[in-house]
Ligand binder design. Sequence first.
Ligand code: IFM
Length: 456
Amino acid sequence: MNNDIRFPANFLWGAATAAYQIEGAWNEDGKGESIWDRFVRRPGVIVDGSTGDVACDHYHRYVEDLDHMAALGLKAYRFSIAWPRIFPTGAGQPNQRGLDFYRRLIDGLHQRNIAPVATLYHWDLPQALEDRGGWTSRDTALRFAEYADYLFRQIGGEVALWATHNEPFIQAFYGYGNGENAPGKRLPWQVLKVVHHLLLSHGLAVSAFRAARPQPARADLPPPQIGIVLMLWPHYPASDHPADRNAAQRIDGVMNRLFLEPLFRRRYPADLMAHFARRLIFAPVKPGDMDSISQPIDFLGINTYTRLFHAFNWREPFLLAKQVPGPLPKTAMGWEIYPDCIIEALQKAREYTSIPLYITENGAAFDDPPPGPADQVVEDPDRVTYLRSHIAACQRALAAGFDLRGYFVWTLMDNFEWAKGLSKRFGIIYTDYATQRRVWKRSAHVYRDIIARNGL
Ligand code: IFM
């Protein structure tokens, strides 16, 4: 491949994070309790017993973190807003100090010429709403629309790209299906309800955005846009056996098509709905919902890290599938290193839509060696190889004509990896949790050079 092919001049090179994973300050400045604040206190749910109470202490160290972003040469920074900082109980009176934090962060990004890309919901629901049913309740979608509307009216024009949700699949199936994530519910028969309410909340937020018509903060900036971020991983059958093929089809159904079809084709996938209906599970669709969910959006964000293989499994009554390991080398998450996941995810998206696409997350966890007190760099050759090969796949995608507008590495700095706690390091910057020292890994240097060259 010709490594000299450049990316488009305005290609958005970015890094991504999420509020609960980095901010800490879990109960400061009027912030309300989130489902993660509650969940991490249950014994045994986080592998290393850690919490996001402090995480990277980004809430207090955001200026230093902004300086790292500037030194990397980032064109964009994707972060999420913690709903309970803005509405501590999910509704009612907004909390000015919470909003002020994001204003300071966004101002700091503008000062450094980094485009803010904000996600409204990266899984940290106000606990008060969970106490009233959380995403199993339609009311939560209405409260989400109010929260979104408030932000669009306060800071709508300061943000380049707004995403309503991050990976609604994970919230629904891990939060309410198998209980591995907050709120830790095991209600598989409720997941379609949760999915529908998440998607409805997306639609209502898009309507609120269109009604608020946020104007760009500066005359030289393009108008803000709205979209959603989906996890789109390719799914393969473990063998050619029809039962395995069907298993892979079902998992592609719940992880990918369950979101793509309502968003872009105004309906839920028929095969999947039939599968669920046999188990007396239905989506609580009301008149007008599908119109709201499928209204046009400006971009689609895609998070993709690997591919997965699936086999038929009669012991798992809900989806009749189990994941089996693929043949390629793996990251510390046990995820196969498969750079074509980028192309295949883009292909999947293009089956449904021609709107601009962004890789809003891609990256890898490896067991990085801790830096000594005087070390200025952490060597992470596996991550360097991973990033280069996946960025090369982006380059191939551009050459093949995909409308790919940006790439966001997951993640800026090591952070709280949900049920894996602080044990998995995805960052291009090493976080020493004892001292909060940030040390660039080799991958950060390499990424800085890629951005500076606008290509590999
Ligand atoms: O850390 C997560 C992120 O919050 C959502 N996408 C996948 C990442 C790695 O697991």
